[in-house]
Design a protein around this ligand. Structure first.
Ligand code: KG4
Length: 341
């Protein structure tokens, strides 16, 4: 009988400490500790994130194993996020993974966080329905740090067709919502407010960039100047228009994202289109995908909400594919803060 492949995944690239256990490609547990400490600062404070990971990593891994009903001696390998991310945060997960794998005498597998987001579409749940893409497919990866259109040719072969030349989509949403005084992270708040607003109420600058690349810094500046001018006339402008502002901002960002994705789908003749990353939780973007599926006959792949933001399940599934390829890493492999897929 074939031996079970049981992977422990560990994610600590930003402000979520997460651990997941996967058996033969099926998810058994996925435990995440988020860090509320950053809310008061309007953004992630790297030093505080590292400290919180230190406190969380042992209990989170312990819980993930217990929930899965797996002992650490049963593990086949430990997969960890190597980068990109905040160096101090990454070091906690990387060092923990190395220590654990070494003490158990099992292989270590390094995972690129962005590749993990894309492969989240392959996470299988015990009793879940699984709509899994075939290769090649396109993936719109939109998060706080990235906005990319990726052609996914295989688990380990991805080509970035286009990406942002300045801010990421999530970063633009967060910065605009900060200007509106909505707190951090702004994405979920903008999403909620937008549901009650008019997306055509206001219009903001749209970038004119060639090819499949994105740019969001002009939109952010246009939003800022627009508010500054309106607030001079009416100090209550934001409070009186927050739903319409959120809806118009969300509509503009979704439109910019979908326009380039449509172009990539048309040029590559690929009709399987996925979305991944924190911004893929956005309802406006999800609705736009559904509309494109109807209009352009796309076969769309939208992750469950729990796999949109940072999670270890996506690290474990990527680790599982690398395990099957015996693609292990040495113990002295360093973390990295910046890189693309
Ligand atoms: O992938 P992710 O969890 O990690 C980082 O890149 O750090 O993405 C976080 C981003 C943030 O910008 C957040 O505001 C955004 O995803 N986000 C959303 C929603 N939920 C999270 N943006 C729009 N609508 C949402 N519902």
């Amino acid at each position: 009988m074939e031996k079970d492949v049981i992977i422990l995944g560990i994610e600590s690239s930003c402000d979520d400490t997460s651990a997941a256990v996967l058996k033969n490609g099926v998810l058994l547990s996925n435990v995440t500790a988020s860090q509320a400490v950053h809310e008061a600062y309007g953004g992630v404070v790297p030093e505080l994130a590292s400290r919180a990971h230190q406190q969380n990593v042992v209990p989170v891994v312990d819980q993930a194993l217990k929930k899965a009903g797996i002992t650490k001696e049963e593990l086949s390998a430990v997969a960890f996020t190597r980068g990109p991310g905040l160096m101090g945060s990454l070091l906690v997960g990387v060092s923990f993974a190395k220590g654990l794998a070494r003490s158990l005498g099992i292989p270590l597998i390094d995972v690129n966080h962005l590749q993990g987001h894309v492969l989240a579409h392959f996470i299988r749940e015990k009793d879940g329905e699984n709509h899994i893409p075939d290769f090649p497919f396109l993936c719109l990866l939109v998060s706080g740090g990235n906005s990319q259109i990726i052609k996914v040719k295989a688990y380990n072969e991805m080509e970035v067709l286009g990406q942002t030349i300045d801010d990421a989509a999530g970063e633009a949403i967060d910065k605009c919502s900060k200007v509106m005084g909505l707190g951090y992270p702004g994405g979920p708040v903008i999403d909620r407010l937008a549901r009650a607003g008019n997306p055509q109420a206001f219009s903001f600058a749209r970038p004119q960039i060639a090819g499949y690349d994105y740019s969001f810094s002009g939109l952010k500046t246009s939003f800022l100047y627009f508010l500054r001018d309106r607030l001079q006339e009416n100090p209550d402008f934001i409070e009186q228009n927050k739903e319409d502002l959120a809806a118009s901002l969300e509509h503009t960002i979704v439109d910019i994202l979908m326009k380039k994705l449509r172009l990539a789908a048309k040029d590559t003749h690929i009709r399987q289109v996925a979305v991944a990353g924190g911004v893929s939780a956005n309802n406006g973007l999800r609705n736009a995908f559904a509309e494109h599926a109807r209009k352009y006959k796309w076969d769309i792949f939208i992750p469950k909400f729990s796999y949109t933001t940072d999670n270890a399940a996506m690290i474990a599934i990527t680790g599982y594919f690398k395990y099957l390829d015996k693609d292990f890493c040495p113990i002295d492999l360093p973390a990295y803060s910046r890189v693309t897929v």
